[in-house]
Design a protein around this ligand. Structure first.
Ligand SMILES: *Cc1c(COP(=O)(O)O)cnc(C)c1O
Ligand SMILES: [Zn+2]
Length: 401
């Protein structure tokens, strides 16, 4: 492993790895639950050392990992398919569209990447229990990795989380506490829990290694694309950690001298859960009042990583847009029809967004466009039921057809 420091994204201060755990101690004085996190930490590696040890064409990704391999839990994840989808591209008016299908992770969402690294860190710290608040996927991923690692997951979820996600957590043996309230209520409660009762808190962006873990999806895209940078990546955005992590991946690659440009990152949010979208557009942050979308994984009032997400979009020269629930459901159907990939609504929001961009000047017809499919459709069958009708049954005779 290459040594790294944590750098505060608010004040810039540097810390040794074991000097801090969650937020920058100076900036955290200005944080209270109910606002986006301040003092979020990013791992800054010794890029000169990485450069010296890197082999082009066969890079050793462990050089970019913030936890030593000896602490990794036995939970293979990632290395998900990355492939072109010509028929989908054609239907939407673009020539070079690709999918990164992260719904094919073991717990069926991209969240395995973050949970894996935080559990590895818990191994290093000899911490037996890990706590999180989640809209559903972060929790089912944490429960799965904890099961593999022999650790206790303690999980706060809104009681409205899709059933399949709850079933996963319980089956993996987590302690699940459904909260009568929103994801934002669960977030606050989980912080209070770890402050009083201990355990390692895995809340997204609050634990800096959630960003480092999710970063691996960006490194994989680069490698699977033949060590080339795609032009554009569309990312569904809730708390804004995945999009910041994809940005971090390409910033790391650039700092290590492997690439010289960044992909444009497109932030896709649900119309009625669009705090980051409005923040990017106006420069003024405001909570999403009463977020309400079928895409439960991106339903959030106060996105924890709003500041970094905005930076990721602006510095990559990307942009942001919103899609309605109806557009999301149509996108989910189009994706399934044209590619055979069944994505949960949050992930399908990227397809809905590309559809909307068909006649815009923001994307070129021939550009390489990647849709980040963050979660599997079987996570929320109820949502998909809205776009299909189950045929009536018949007597088992050919005449009854
Ligand atoms: C968590 C999640 C997102 C959003 O990620 P953020 O880091 O919260 O922006 C999108 N899609 C799926 C399926 C997710 O589980
Ligand atoms: Zn700070």
């Amino acid at each position: 492993m290459i040594p790294f420091l944590y750098q505060c994204t608010t004040c810039g201060k540097l810390y040794q790895r074991d000097e801090v755990r969650y937020l920058c101690p100076d900036c955290a004085k200005h944080y209270r639950p109910g606002i986006p996190l301040v003092g979020v930490l990013l791992a800054q590696f010794d890029y000169v050392a990485i450069r010296r040890r890197l082999k082009k064409g066969n890079p050793d990704w462990s050089l970019f990992s913030a936890v030593e391999e000896q602490h990794y839990p036995p939970y293979p994840f990632g290395h998900t398919p990355f492939f072109p989808v010509a028929a989908l591209g054609k239907a939407l008016g673009f020539e070079n569209v690709w999918l990164k299908n992260d719904g094919l992770n073991p717990s069926a969402s991209l969240k395995d990447r973050a949970s894996f690294l935080v559990v590895a860190e818990a191994n290093r710290l000899k911490e037996p229990s890990i706590v999180t608040a989640s809209t559903g996927n972060a929790a089912s991923a944490l429960a799965a990795v904890c099961a593999a690692a022999g650790k206790q997951a303690i999980i706060f979820v809104p009681e409205s989380a899709p059933r399949a996600k709850l079933v996963q957590m319980l089956l993996y043996g987590a302690r699940v506490i459904p909260v009568r309230g929103t994801y934002d209520d669960a977030f606050r409660l989980s912080l209070e829990y770890t402050a009083r009762k201990g355990g390692l808190n895995r809340n997204t962006a609050y634990h800096p290694l959630t960003i480092e873990g999710k970063k691996t999806v960006g490194l994989e895209i680069y490698q699977q694309n033949g060590f080339k940078v795609p032009d554009v990546i569309l990312v569904p955005v809730g708390d804004g950690v995945i999009i910041s992590a994809v940005f971090k991946a390409f910033c790391d690659l650039k700092a290590a001298g492997l690439i010289n440009r960044l992909p444009r990152l497109v932030c896709v949010q649900a119309e009625r859960s669009a705090a980051i979208h409005h923040y990017i557009r106006s420069g003024k942050y405001q909570d999403a009042k009463r977020p309400d979308t079928i895409a439960d994984s991106i339903s959030v009032s106060v996105p924890s990583n709003a500041h970094l997400a905005r930076k990721a979009v602006l510095e990559s020269r990307g942009f942001s847009l919103t899609v309605s629930d109806q557009e999301i459901l149509r996108g989910q159907k189009t994706l399934a029809d044209k590619t055979g990939v069944f994505a949960e609504p949050a992930a399908a929001a990227t397809v809905a967004a590309l559809k909307k961009l068909r006649r815009s000047e923001l994307l070129g017809r021939k550009e390489q466009i990647v849709l980040l499919i963050t979660g599997h459709g079987l996570k929320d069958v109820e949502a998909a039921m809205k776009s299909i009708r189950i045929p009536r049954s018949i007597e088992p005779t050919i005449d009854a057809l």
